[in-house]
Design a protein around this ligand. Structure first.
Ligand code: SF4
Length: 338
């Protein structure tokens, strides 16, 4: 691909479809009610992840450029926010989560500034591939919440899973992440998509955990492919694999949570023991002892857990000589908001 030529024709071909610039608000377990902002025409990305739910990457690029006029984008968001508020609904976050990589938009920082008067916190979900650039870090600094994708710190595995643009250097990306993490004053989280047989090996997860210790994210999220991925044969690890990954990261990091596809029917604490068990285990595996304590506090007995296992809501797994309970993975066809 001749990168420059492809990008020039892209700009000419992309109409400014304003209706596609916002979507939602959608319920997001990470951000509450999140209004999505689509600042990239589909699908321009610096990666071609094997699990991408948008399919393959027809326009691969690492060149930052202008896509939409920032004033028009901000205006579309303002109108949508007013509509939502007029309907008596709330928005917890405005979140850049486009059909591609949001930091490829050279107006990102300006757009964040233009959205400030709306008085809603602003998030950006990025694959972090351009964070070695000072201007990208400066743009992200303007956000309140930033999620960085870190699927692997091992170069060969990173290349197999994220299939990056050929000019990207993993060492610069990791260094950029650390520089950003040190100076960012907002809420920083990381997200690692676990793919069976690619990045779910114990040593790979140990290496990832060591790196994340330096990043010190508020929460390190583990997710799994739940929608049809770009490539056949891409599968989520099973519940035992997720328990292992969560345990390895949790040994080194304060807060590790799973985004395993249960967001759509996530339960919130209700005081009802079944729902509380499902709520907690959809975020992270629960040790047997912790389950017993929760049951005792609620005055419930083991039959509650047994019923949830029998009905297929909970799965019992073993790791490191301990027994865990984890929420059964959602079927592939279910949706998982970011
Ligand atoms: S970084 Fe995101 S949009 Fe780009 S290929 Fe990967 S999953 Fe798809």
């Amino acid at each position: 691909m001749v990168e420059g030529a492809c990008e020039a024709s892209l700009l000419l071909e992309q109409p400014e479809d304003h209706s596609m610039m916002t979507f939602g608000p959608i319920p997001s377990r990470r951000l509450g009610r999140s209004l999505g902002i689509n600042n990239i025409p589909p699908k321009i990305c610096s990666y071609a992840c094997v699990y991408c739910q948008l399919g393959r990457t027809p326009h691969m690029s690492i060149k930052r450029q202008h896509f939409y006029r920032p004033e028009i984008l901000a205006d579309r968001v303002r109108i949508r926010v007013e509509e939502v508020r007029a309907a008596g609904e709330t928005i917890d976050y405005l979140c850049f989560v486009p059909d591609g990589e949001p930091t490829l938009d050279s107006n990102l920082g300006h757009e964040i500034e233009l959205l400030r008067p709306l008085g809603v916190d602003i998030g950006v979900i990025t694959n972090a591939s351009l964070i070695w650039r000072e201007d990208v870090r400066a743009d992200l600094m303007g956000a309140d919440w930033v999620s960085l994708k870190i699927d692997a710190v091992n170069e060969a595995v990173w290349r197999r899973i994220d299939r990056p643009h050929g000019k990207l250097e993993p060492a610069s990306i990791l260094e950029g992440i650390l520089i950003f993490a040190e100076s960012f004053r907002g809420r920083l989280v990381t997200e690692t998509m676990l793919v069976e047989g690619l990045n779910d090996g114990a040593q790979l997860l140990e290496d990832l955990a060591h790196f994340l210790m330096k990043v010190q994210p508020e929460i390190a999220y583990l997710s799994v492919p739940t929608r049809p991925p770009a490539e056949h044969g891409v599968k989520a690890p099973d519940e035992a694999g997720i328990t292992r990954a969560w345990s390895i990261l949790s040994e080194r990091l304060e807060t590790v949570e799973c985004l395993t596809g249960s967001e759509g029917d996530a339960f919130f604490s209700t005081g009802r023991i079944e729902e509380d068990l499902l709520s907690i285990t959809s975020v992270h595996p629960m040790r047997l002892e912790a389950v017993r304590v929760l049951l005792a506090r609620s005055g419930a007995d083991w039959s509650v857990v047994q019923n949830l296992v029998d009905e297929g809501h909970l799965v019992q797994t073993e790791y490191g000589g301990e027994s865990f309970f984890v929420r059964r993975l959602a079927p592939r066809t279910s949706s998982s908001a970011e």
